[in-house]
Design a protein around this ligand. Structure first.
Ligand code: THG
Length: 367
């Protein structure tokens, strides 16, 4: 057993005390914070997410706030997806790229007002990036990190729990749409979203002193639905084909290589960062693509530190970026970031630890 040295660099989640009380057994690091990843039994957490409702501390998904008359301009400069039709109350999933077209984050962009946006970010520092772009381009916008911390309710019964707490209006929210609300006086934003394909909501807490209270309100409301703690679920997300920025991407990956091409619009304004590179990559065709792979091995394999090399006929053709034993398929499945010449049905070998594991490329999602 080991501890964690407190420091100002490690930012606390408002839900930290609540997840300790729930019996959290493992964390990962993300945006200089700790995110709970396990509460004892992964299979229990998996089936709870598939059949009931699971409660997640995802405060690590920090908000980068853009505020001012040029907030919308800055959002469009950062995101190579057409945001011109985005409405107040609507969220959009946007790849962010650098000038070379390399993916540097994949936030949800929330438009709270014409002059107010949040980028709900994955694990990289977009506050630095957005602030320096705004200054260099002399935009009238303030870039900050507000006191906002998301908590997710995921699973087929999440809607009943959230409706119970917030009211039936949540049932008519469309995917990624949101509304500002107050729960027993606690200011929140309620959005239909979350990193699973089981459906659900995220409650963005806007007062970091109220984490335990907010957690408890949903825990109590969820009691009738057998709610329990969980976190972004590795097995479910691989089965569902959800790509993780930083997990399934490296420092050269562009959106087309990781199934995010549908979120890129090549006709965005020319001053959008990375768009020239993305137009060129789209014209030439990306070098790699992401497929599924099903290993032959029967029992669960231990993938170790991931990004295991993949070979076809003895030649390296890419990487197995993740691998997990699927509780529904009863097979080891993963994502293969491989050269474009590799096709569904191809037989590859993964070097995992000291052994070679054979497998077959498949379409995504698995389920
Ligand atoms: N919640 C919030 N912020 C986040 C995440 C989150 N920021 C970082 C990271 N997660 C963003 N990544 C994703 C990736 C995919 C989806 C959500 C967040 C997602 N995708 C759907 C799909 O792939 O089918 C739908 C996307 C669409 O078609 O628009 O849900 O979890 N607050």
């Amino acid at each position: 057993m080991f501890g964690i040295t407190p420091s100002a660099r490690l930012r606390p989640s408002p839900f930290f005390e609540a997840t300790l009380a729930e019996g959290v057994t493992a964390f990962t690091t993300y945006n200089h914070m700790l995110m709970p990843t396990a509460f004892g039994d992964p299979e229990t957490e998996y089936w709870r997410l598939l059949k009931g409702v699971s409660q997640w501390d995802v405060a690590v998904e920090r908000q980068v706030q853009l505020k001012g008359p040029d907030a919308g301009r800055l959002a469009q400069i950062l995101a190579p997806r057409d945001l011109s039709g985005q409405q107040v109350g609507q969220g959009k999933y946007v790849p962010l790229c650098n000038h070379e077209g390399v993916l540097i984050n994949d936030p949800i962009c929330l438009k709270l007002a014409d002059d107010l946006y949040w980028l709900s970010i994955a694990d990289s520092n977009i506050w630095f990036w957005a602030g320096s772009i705004a200054a260099e381009r002399k935009l009238r916008v303030e870039v900050s990190e507000p006191d906002v911390s998301p908590m997710a309710l995921q699973g087929p019964k999440a809607e009943d729990v959230v409706a119970n707490v917030c009211g039936d209006w949540v049932r008519s929210l469309k995917y990624f749409w949101f509304r500002e609300a107050s729960i027993e006086g606690i200011p929140v934003v309620v959005q239909r979203s979350g990193w699973s394909k089981q459906g659900g909501f995220e409650i963005y807490l806007r007062d970091g002193t109220q984490g335990t209270r907010l957690w408890t309100i949903f825990k109590e409301a969820g009691r009738a639905y057998d709610i329990g703690p969980g976190g972004p679920n590795w097995c479910e997300r691989v089965e569902s084909g959800l790509v993780s920025y930083g997990g399934d991407t490296d420092t050269t990956t562009n959106p087309f290589e990781v199934r995010m091409g549908k979120y890129v619009n090549l006709d965005v304004p020319d001053d959008t960062i990375g768009i020239a590179a993305l137009r060129r990559i789209a014209a030439e065709g990306p070098r790699r693509h992401t497929l599924g792979i099903v290993l032959d091995a029967g029992g669960p394999v231990r993938p170790g530190f991931l990004w295991n090399p993949l070979y076809r006929d003895g030649r390296k053709v890419g990487d197995l970026t993740n691998c997990i034993f699927s509780y529904r398929l009863h097979k080891n499945i993963g994502f293969a970031l491989v050269s474009r010449e590799c096709k569904v049905g191809d037989r590859l070998e993964a070097r995992i630890g000291g052994s070679m594991q054979a497998g077959t490329l498949t379409e995504l999602p698995f389920i």
